[in-house]
Design a protein around this ligand. Structure first.
Ligand SMILES: Nc1ncnc2c1ncn2[C@@H]1O[C@H](COP(=O)(O)OP(=O)(O)O)[C@@H](O)[C@H]1O
Ligand SMILES: [Mg+2]
Length: 218
C-alpha cells in the first residue's frame, strides 16, 4: 500500500537519505529502527507527504504523492493517513475531545458522526476520563493516546507514528504498544512506527533498520 523507491534527501550540503527503498504491505505493523539522527523523522515525513524528497518516488494507495498538487495531497493525507508527531501537537487550549475532533473541524466535516466515533475511540484507547481535561493535566501516556485517537478520527488505512514511546516510561510504553497491536490486528489499520527503542520496535510484525541513510532488512 506504500512503496518508496530511491529516496534521497539532503539538508544544505548534508545528505541524510542516500537512496531508501521501502515497501509497506497492507495489514502489517512495520517498525523502522535507527539511531538518533539517522533520518527517521525525515523519512517518515517524506512517506507521509509532509516533506518532499530531493528525488525518488513515494506511492501511497496507487498514487505518486510527489506529483500531487498541494490540495490533492492534503485531501489524501486527511482521508487515508493518520499521523502522530513526536511532539504530538496537541493544542493546549483545547480539551481532549476537541483535540481529537480538530481534523474534522479543520475539514469542516461532519462532527456529529465524529462525536459518535469519539466514544468508540475513547473506549478503545482508555481515555474516557480525559476527554474533558486539558493536555497539561494529562499524563504522558494519556496525551499519546489522545494524539492516536486524533490520528484515527478519519478512519485512515495507515497510521504513522514518530517515536510514539520516546517520552514514556516502560509501563506506558507497553500499554501504547499493545494498543497499536490491537489497532493493527483487530481494526485492520496498517501501522508504521519509527523508533530508536528495541523494546517498542519488537511489537511490530516486521522490523527494518535505517542505517547510513539506507534501509537494511532484518
Ligand atoms: N530541517 C532541518 N534542517 C537541517 N538539518 C536537519 C533538519 N531536520 C533534520 N536535520 C538533520 O538531519 C539529520 C536527521 O534528522 P532526523 O530525521 O530528525 O533524525 P532522527 O529522527 O532519526 O533522529 C540530523 O542530523 C538532523 O540534525
Ligand atoms: Mg526523530
Amino acid at each position: 500500500m506504500l512503496k518508496a523507491t530511491q529516496i534521497y534527501k539532503s539538508y544544505q550540503q548534508n545528505e541524510i537519505l542516500h537512496g531508501v527503498d521501502l515497501t509497506v504491505s497492507r495489514g502489517e505493523f512495520l517498525s523502522i529502527m535507527g539511531e538518533s539522527g539517522s533520518g527517521k523523522s525525515t523519512l517518515l515525513s517524506i512517506l507521509a507527504g509532509n516533506l518532499r524528497p530531493d528525488s525518488g518516488s513515494v506511492i501511497l494507495d496507487g498514487k505518486e504523492i510527489s506529483t500531487l498538487r498541494e490540495k490533492e495531497l492534503a485531501a489524501l493525507r486527511r482521508t487515508r493517513l493518520g499521523f502522530v508527531y513526536q511532539s504530538l501537537n496537541l493544542l493546549p487550549t483545547l480539551n481532549g475531545e476537541d483535540n481529537i475532533l480538530l481534523p474534522l473541524y479543520l475539514d469542516r466535516a461532519d462532527t456529529v458522526r465524529g462525536r459518535a466515533r469519539i466514544q468508540e475511540l475513547a473506549g478503545l484507547l482508555h481515555i474516557e476520563k480525559v476527554l474533558h481535561a486539558f493536555p497539561d493535566t494529562m499524563s504522558g501516556g494519556e496525551r499519546q493516546r489522545v494524539a492516536i485517537a486524533r490520528a484515527l478520527i478519519h478512519d485512515p488505512s495507515i497510521l504513522m507514528l514518530d517515536e510514539p514511546t520516546g517520552s514514556l516510561d516502560s509501563a506506558s510504553t507497553e500499554q501504547v504498544m499493545k494498543l497499536l497491536c490491537h489497532i493493527n490486528a483487530e481494526l485492520g489499520v496498517t501501522v508504521l512506527q519509527v523508533t530508536h527503542s528495541e523494546a517498542a520496535a519488537a511489537y511490530g510484525t516486521r522490523i527494518i533498520r535505517l542505517c547510513d541513510g539506507r534501509v537494511v532488512e532484518q
